[in-house]
Design a protein around this ligand. Structure first.
Ligand code: GLN
Length: 279
């Protein structure tokens, strides 16, 4: 009797599962077929990162929006934009809630464990925002300072590693800001970090190049300089669009669109237009 009940329960569970979309993998939920059927491509972003995404009135605008619109056009569907906190984007794509993550997202080995990335559409570097009269010229000069970053970004990872130390090739490395009294302060946006910097609550902000230049440009007494190390090295990052792991059909379309936009000079054009509009 127990066996029969167990078997019936099992069958009920299997049937319920088949009927529920949640049993589909994230890649299946957001496949090209599924997107075309729904008529919507859902982009997850964080509109606090000009010129890649920023608010203009009630609308999200930016380079990533233009790229996503080109992808939606290619698929013949509407583009829907979800404006969320940056550090939740990867999770929403990983789970299949959204079709694409497009938010000036840097490709990192760690993120590659959660999502798949398109080909890169542009590159960037980390920058340091400091008061205009500051003598800071390299990352080591941030010793002892409170350093503002946007939560969950590459700027956050670099500063946290340099303060706490990090592992490289299986060996523990000392960070250049370790034991200097430097600390990291996280914000939801570079703009919020700049407000804190302007009021003297923190000594510097570390964020990607173009947002750093635009945010610093909003203040007479702030400047943005490239983040370099005392040994002359710097940071180099590539931005790409992410999809759920294994979503090959969508990745193929995205890569085709990026190839076309790069070849026709459109990405550079989007960057120039939105840098002007967001400044
Ligand atoms: N490129 C950075 C990162 O991927 C910052 C992106 C952002 O803040 N939108 O972490």
């Amino acid at each position: 009797m127990k066996k029969i009940i167990a078997a019936v329960l099992c069958l009920v569970l299997v049937l319920a599962c088949v009927g529920m979309t949640s049993c589909k993998s994230a890649a299946e939920k957001q496949s090209v077929d599924a997107i075309k059927k729904a008529g919507v491509l859902t982009m997850y972003t964080n509109a606090e990162f000009p010129p890649f995404e920023y608010m203009k009135g009630t609308e999200v605008k930016g380079v990533d929006v233009d790229i996503a619109q080109a992808i939606a056009d290619k698929l013949g569907v509407e583009l829907e934009i979800k404006n969320v906190k940056f550090d939740t984007i990867i999770g929403s794509i990983q789970s299949g809630k959204g079709s694409i993550g497009a938010a000036g997202i840097t490709v990192t080995e760690e993120r590659k464990e959660s999502v798949d990335f398109s080909i890169e559409y542009t590159t960037s570097k980390q920058y340091i925002i400091v008061p205009t009269d500051s003598t800071v010229a390299k990352i080591e000069d941030l010793a002892g300072m409170k350093i503002g970053v946007q939560l969950g970004t590459t700027g956050d990872f670099i500063i946290t590693d340099e303060i706490n130390g990090y592992e490289s090739d299986g060996e523990q490395q000392k960070g250049v800001l370790q034991d200097t009294g430097a600390s990291v302060v996280t914000y939801n946006s570079a703009a919020d970090a700049a407000i804190a910097l302007n009021s003297g609550k923190i000594g510097a902000v570390v964020i990607d190049k173009l947002p750093a230049e635009i945010v610093a440009g909003n203040y007479d007494n702030l400047k943005a300089i490239e983040l370099v190390y005392a040994d002359g090295s710097n940071t180099e990052e590539s931005y790409a669009i992410c999809v759920a792991k294994g979503n090959e059909s969508l990745l193929k379309v995205i890569n085709e669109v990026i190839e076309e936009l790069k070849a026709s000079g459109k990405i550079d054009e989007f960057i120039i237009t939105h840098t002007g509009a967001a400044s």
